[in-house]
Design a binder for this molecule. Structure first.
Ligand code: FE
Length: 203
């Protein structure tokens, strides 16, 4: 299959090792699988994506940083404190009034771990991997994102060498928010392209 998609990254071997470890620890009564699920969920939904959200918030707040981020995702994100784990390159793609970006890994589940944590189960599903390429607008609608016909949808296929992060559009009425407040609006899905950044709370 395609060049540049070497599966050097963990899935199979790592998954087996983790499973073996989990079984051994559970058998010894050292861990509770439910607790482990909770920890995984925490990394998938909370801890991991917070790194990416901080980068997006800074890009919204600081035009110079945004320019660097779009020109050199790998170096800028590493300087920010989240270096690549396996030497992969990071490319940041910006959503604008003209284009909506969507990230997938058609062959497996390549994902920008340092900035988004663990990939959600649907990202690894064969349905998402196939359909986000064949019918991206339909997939987006199922995620609750309707992209105007006037807007292009661009799909980025991740590989072991290149991982993509979407820079979502900054929501309206956020001019007076701090970077921390901005970061709180950046959802995980908005950085994959299957969601939009949240609107600020009124009040
Ligand atoms: Fe992959």
């Amino acid at each position: 299959m395609g060049k540049g998609h070497d599966h050097q990254h963990p899935p199979s071997d790592m998954a087996l090792r983790v499973k073996a470890l989990e079984t051994a620890l559970t058998d010894k009564g050292l861990i509770d699988p439910a607790t482990l699920d909770a920890i995984v969920d925490l990394y998938e939904n909370q801890v991991g994506p917070k790194n990416g959200a901080r980068i997006v918030a800074k890009a919204w707040a600081d035009p110079g940083f945004k320019k660097k981020l779009l020109a050199d995702g790998t170096g800028t994100i590493a300087d920010f404190g989240f270096p690549a784990l396996q030497g992969e390159d990071m490319v940041v793609v910006e959503n604008t009034s003209e284009v909506h970006n969507l990230v997938v890994c058609t062959l497996c589940s390549c994902y920008p771990w340092p900035v988004l944590g663990l990939p959600p189960a649907w990202y690894k599903s064969s349905a998402y991997r196939a359909r986000s390429v064949s019918e991206p607008r339909k997939v987006l609608e199922e995620f609750g994102v309707s992209v105007d016909e006037s807007k292009a949808v661009r799909v980025w296929d991740s590989t072991a060498e290149i991982r993509y992060l979407v820079l979502p559009e900054r929501p309206a009425h956020t001019e007076n928010l701090s970077e921390d407040e901005l970061a709180a609006l950046v959802t995980r899905d908005s950085m994959i392209g299957t969601g939009l950044a949240s609107a600020p709370q009124k009040g």
